[in-house]
Design a protein around this ligand. Structure first.
Ligand code: AP5
Ligand code: MG
Length: 220
């Protein structure tokens, strides 16, 4: 059996931040649907243009497109030991699709981790987020600044912001989180898979709590 972790939480809760720490610890694939969609930016196809337009406004990409992309990605060899899902599933239909998809491989979700954070902190974290140009490192001007303001610690190049980290798109993404994604907390609770973590702690403290929750699940 592989290990399949769903990481949930409002925008800025630290799904991406924690997934990077977890993938090293657990040797799993980090599958971020948002990262996969952002990688389509360089493509010039009608689908890529539609995805970019929806993302810039903070809207969700249609389920058929998202589910198909996940299905293709988890079939690759680097997903053989399991996957950390970051930003997926995002609504009930996607959650049901994922359960059915994993069942086809005699697999199932190991744990669903909810990183709990209030709306105000979520807005501040997303607005303060900055990336290195190669997107390998994420900083925060308020909570996790680089050594020198505005430049990456490793390559020294200017930091960049995501197109959808402006106030309007952030508000829309957060609204969609509470209406569409938060109901999945009960979906996973009913299935005995839910682990609740306080995300309003230092990054390392959150990571320790997440790893402890997964360890407990694996021993059950
Ligand atoms: P996606 O890329 O998934 O973005 P998101 O859900 O909006 O979440 P974020 O990436 O904003 O938050 P995060 O929790 O990863 O925070 P992070 O770790 O970076 O989705 C983008 C778009 O793609 C969607 O709007 C949609 O269009 C599309 N999409 C994606 N998946 C889809 C799906 N399944 N279905 C349909 N459409 C989909 O941390 C944030 C900041 O806080 C950073 O600066 C970080 O340094 C800082 N930080 C993190 N942890 C801490 C801490 N403990 N203390 C202090 N600061 C911290
Ligand atoms: Mg993210």
């Amino acid at each position: 059996m592989g290990t399949y972790i769903v990481l949930m939480g409002v925008q800025g809760a630290g799904k991406g931040t924690q997934a990077v720490i977890l993938k090293e610890k657990l040797g799993l694939l980090h599958l971020s649907t948002g990262d996969l969609f952002r990688a389509m930016k360089t493509e010039d196809t009608p689908l890529a243009r539609r995805v970019q337009d929806l993302m810039a406004k903070g809207e969700l990409i249609p389920d058929e497109v998202t589910n198909e992309m996940v299905k293709e990605r988890i079939q690759k060899p680097d997903a053989a030991s399991g996957v950390i899902f970051d930003g997926y599933p995002r609504n009930r239909d996607q959650a049901q699709y994922l359960d059915t998809l994993l069942a086809q491989y005699q697999e199932r979700i190991t744990a669903a981790i909810i990183l709990e954070l209030d709306r105000e902190t979520a807005i501040k974290r997303t607005e303060g987020r900055r990336y290195s140009q190669d997107k390998q490192r994420v900083y925060n001007i308020y909570f996790n600044p680089p050594q020198v303001e505005g430049v990456d610690d490793v390559d020294g190049l200017p930091l960049i912001q995501r197109d959808d980290d402006n106030r309007e798109a952030v508000e829309r993404r957060i609204d969609l989180y509470f209406t569409q994604t938060a109901p999945l907390i009960d979906y996973y609770r009913e299935r005995g898979l839910l682990k609740e973590i306080d995300a309003d702690q230092a990054i390392n403290a959150v990571a320790e709590a997440v790893i402890a929750a997964i360890d407990t699940t694996l021993m059950e």
